[in-house]
Ligand binder design. Structure first.
Ligand SMILES: Cc1cc2nc3c(=O)[nH]c(=O)nc-3n(C[C@H](O)[C@H](O)[C@H](O)COP(=O)(O)OP(=O)(O)OC[C@H]3O[C@@H](n4cnc5c(N)ncnc54)[C@H](O)[C@@H]3O)c2cc1C
Length: 294
């Protein structure tokens, strides 16, 4: 067998598992939601969006009851398998931000910096072991014509200019001709550990987290919002919130849907109702559940 064939066999036999998630210390699976539960706030999806939402909601009002329902496992999706770059920039870089949002750029930069600081403070406050390190980031020039651009960016206050010699003391690559080091604007993180740590922090504050609980439908009436999940039911209350997909209510229920489509990767089916009265709303589907509110 040739080396190529050997290599090919090894690759074919490898099990595709995300590196960050495939680590010792991964938490055991949490119980799915069974039956009916009532909460002031129901968060759908246990990625960063949902976990931060649940954590901040509980921190801002410890009396608020919060249930987070996750279709699969906390941190299982994009949040636990990303690059681990925690960047302050809200505009994907300063050049892009200045170009597209010239009037708001300074504000966006300030908010982004405050956000990264707040993440670091929260990681410290909750003692989350996620290898958070405020490394900063270095943009590199690999072509001569890019060097002046980095120098100009440094003159603009975007970082420290590194000439070839200094750049190569940082990364000894013959292809790096210069660098721009933004020392404060980025951190590195083990993203799965961040998600697991956020979930543990949520639970310490009293958030109930249910894994293996895919939501299959939402409905609202005067009493609140019903979140229908496979084999389970949750009930929510006050306010109106939202991120990627949100259910709001005329009265008092909050549901934050941080989850995009379904865990199967298919877009969610629109709920089909068979309604007779507001209290007997229901959807076709595999589940039984309610999230209503008092
Ligand atoms: C390959 C890759 C690399 C990336 N690198 C970076 C990076 O370096 N830095 C960076 O800042 N960003 C990066 N990102 C983006 C970042 O990971 C995402 O923006 C972030 O994780 C999104 O978090 P989320 O909570 O919104 O979504 P997700 O992490 O996808 O979480 C959504 C959760 O909702 C659950 N869910 C879905 N449907 C339902 C349902 N019906 N009922 C219940 N639960 C449901 C899912 O199971 C999932 O756990 C990267 C993304 C990818 C894919």
């Amino acid at each position: 067998m040739t080396r190529e064939e050997q290599f090919s066999r090894l690759v074919m036999a490898a099990e595709p598992r995300p590196f960050w998630l495939d680590q010792p210390g991964a938490p055991p699976a949490r119980e799915p939601l069974r039956g009916t539960a009532a909460a002031d706030l129901v968060v759908i999806g246990g990625g960063f969006t949902g976990l931060w939402t649940a954590l901040l909601a509980k921190e801002s009002d410890p009396e608020r009851s919060v249930v987070l329902v996750e279709g699969h496992r906390v941190g299982w999706a994009a949040s636990g398998r990303n690059g681990g770059f925690c960047d302050a920039s809200l505009t994907h870089g300063t050049a892009n931000g200045r170009k597209r949002f010239p009037a708001e750029f300074a504000t966006l930069q300030r908010l982004g910096a405050e956000n990264l600081d707040a993440i670091q403070i929260a990681v410290d406050r909750h003692d989350i072991d996620c290898e958070f390190e405020r490394t900063g980031s270095i943009a590199v020039a690999t072509e001569e014509y890019q060097v002046d651009g980095l120098r100009a960016a440094a003159d603009n206050g975007d970082g420290i200019f590194l000439d070839t010699a200094v750049m190569r003391t940082e990364v000894h690559s013959p292809t790096y001709l210069a660098g721009l080091w933004d020392q404060q604007g980025a951190a590195m993180v083990q993203p799965a550990r961040l998600a697991w740590g956020l979930a543990a922090a949520c639970e310490r504050l009293g958030v109930r987290i249910c894994e293996g609980t895919p939501v299959t439908g939402l409905a609202g009436d005067a009493d609140g919002v019903t979140v229908r999940a496979t084999s389970s039911t949750t009930t929510g209350s006050p306010e109106t919130t939202g991120s990627c997909g949100v259910a709001t209510t005329p009265s008092t229920t909050s549901v934050v849907a941080s989850a995009p489509p379904t865990t199967s990767g298919r877009p969610p089916s629109p709920p089909s109702r068979r309604t007779s009265s507001p209290r007997s709303r229901s959807w076709k589907g595999s589940g039984s559940a309610t999230a209503g509110a008092a």
